[in-house]
Design a binder for this molecule. Structure first.
Ligand code: BES
Ligand code: ZN
Ligand code: ZN
Length: 477
């Protein structure tokens, strides 16, 4: 992983990336007239946006900004261009690189640096010969008249937080139990400076958190319930914003066992929502944003062990509502419901939950974006969507019509944990809506949380989706 920082000057002996436009001037960067002429001829060609000059003691890369119709598309094309360039930088075994903002395009240069840094992530913990596979790149410097130290530091924080989230998602279930996940949150809290409290199984029993305890019945490992709080003295909000994340450290489907291979293979990612909540708190606290934020992560594995809850069981949830469990694989909503009820005690201004909740969300929009729905006002929804576009973790809002409530009616309990054959992500959302009494958004990240094939800077495995989105959203508050 590489560290991003700002600096003020460029030397003629370090490898650089000139982020420029087709008509930029290339004097003052230690290039000869012949080299400058060559660059100009190359980039004057149609669809040619990239040139590399090998000056023997260093490389000079030229990247032309390819402006798209919309600003956020340009930003994304730069993150993607950075990923391509990152492969070259790694191939050339470059350790330090300086990105130069030739045309004072702050946001674009930061997006490029972001794509570059996110491309440098690796999960090598379990490789015996780490050194052999480790990328060379250690530092990314950004130089530009309009780029501040705060810009670079904030970017470094959010990339770091995203990468830590990716690591939590990539950790397998034989390391990352619910207990271990809560320990990881405690470590994040210590490092970034926010409070962490963990409820153990005995406490959860005393509190009657029926949903979380029911899912945990089939497991030999205890559940945890982690509460993270960042409350700076200069907080702008009177009532906190609460983030709730699904922390199913492994989802076998329980007694409604998932078939393997395919559907079970990547189910270590079923705590990606919880990881993103921890990652967001880490980023917010590190960057000292003036905002009161609380993160809640109910965690357990979902297994078909000895005492596992069985279809037909009726569970009394934390708020006393009853649920007829008809599918043990619809476990995410069971544990989230208790956490959403718990969130009520904060009288929150807004609650956002993140969860790898349904295959239906993947069926709807694949890995390209986040399926969203909820009861927050239009202004909040638009702000979230705007942040989603900016960081390119886009939101697709689903209708939240009353008709869908019909599908989760039960003959014997207040509701059942399964809807009909269609609109699965919405009926899951409708289930959650029974447990809220505040403005709320539900983000189903089942599609983009974990990739089985690389998509540019969103490399294979955990993507850390949600962290950049929520950080941007909270930063604008
Ligand atoms: N963890 C899964 C959802 C999921 C699917 C996450 C694919 C990531 C990728 C969730 O717990 C689940 O199993 N959902 C079921 C719900 C169904 C039984 C109502 C699903 O979507 O199939
Ligand atoms: Zn499931
Ligand atoms: Zn699940």
């Amino acid at each position: 992983m590489a560290i991003i920082s700002q600096k003020s000057t460029v030397s003629n002996t370090e490898s650089i990336i000139l982020l420029c436009e087709k008509n930029s001037s290339f004097n003052n960067y230690g290039l000869s007239k012949a080299e400058i002429d060559f660059i100009k001829i190359e980039i004057s060609k149609k669809e040619k946006f990239f040139v590399c000059i090998n000056q023997l003691n260093r490389y000079v890369f030229v990247q032309v900004i390819d402006s798209k119709k919309e600003k956020h598309q340009t930003l994304e094309s730069l993150r993607r261009a950075a990923n391509k360039m990152h492969s070259l930088v790694v191939e050339y075994k470059i350790e330090n690189i300086t990105i130069v903002d030739v045309e004072n395009k702050t946001a674009k240069v930061l997006a490029f640096a972001e794509g570059f840094a996110l491309s440098n992530y690796q999960f090598l913990k379990y490789k015996k010969d780490k050194k052999k596979e480790e990328y060379s790149l250690r530092s990314i410097f950004i130089v530009g008249k309009t780029i501040t130290k705060t810009d670079a530091d904030e970017l470094n924080i959010v990339v770091d937080a995203t990468n830590r989230t990716r690591t939590l998602v990539n950790e397998p279930a034989n390391f990352l139990t619910a207990t271990q996940l809560s320990k990881e949150f405690q470590k994040l809290g210590k490092e970034a400076g926010f409070n962490v409290e963990v409820f153990d199984k005995a406490k959860l029993k005393a509190m009657k958190m029926g949903g979380l305890l029911a899912v945990n019945l089939g497991s030999v490992d205890p559940p945890t319930f982690t509460i993270m709080e960042y409350k700076p003295k200069n907080a702008k909000n009177k009532h906190p914003i609460v983030l709730v994340g699904k922390g199913v450290v492994y989802d076998t489907g329980g007694l409604s066992l998932k078939p393997t291979p395919n559907s079970m293979d990547m189910m270590k990612c079923d705590m990606a929502g919880g990881a993103a909540v921890g990652g967001t708190l880490y980023a917010v606290a590190k960057a000292k944003l003036p905002i009161h934020v609380i993160g809640i992560v109910p965690a357990t594995d979902n297994r078909p062990g000895g005492n596992a809850y069985v279809p037909g069981d009726i569970i009394t949830m934390y708020n006393g509502l009853t649920v007829e469990m008809v599918n043990a694989d619809a476990e995410g909503r069971m544990i989230l419901a208790d956490a959403l009820v718990y969130a009520q005690k904060y009288k929150p201004q807004l609650v956002i939950d993140l969860a790898t909740l349904t295959g239906a969300a993947v069926a709807a929009i694949g890995t390209s974006g986040i399926v969203a729905m909820g009861t927050a006002d239009e202004k909040t929804k638009n702000e979230l969507k705007e942040s989603g576009n900016t960081v390119f973790e886009r939101l697709a809002e689903m209708p939240f019509w009353d008709d869908f409530d019909e599908q989760i009616k039960s003959d014997v309990a207040d509701m059942k944990n399964l809807g009909g054959s269609y609109a699965g992500s919405i009926t899951a959302g409708k289930f959650l809506a029974r447990y809220i009494d505040y403005p709320w958004m539900h983000l189903d990240i089942a599609g983009p949380a974990f990739l089985t094939t690389k998509d540019s800077y969103r490399i294979k495995g955990g993507t850390g989706v949600g962290v950049r989105l929520l950080f941007d959203f909270l930063k604008r508050k």
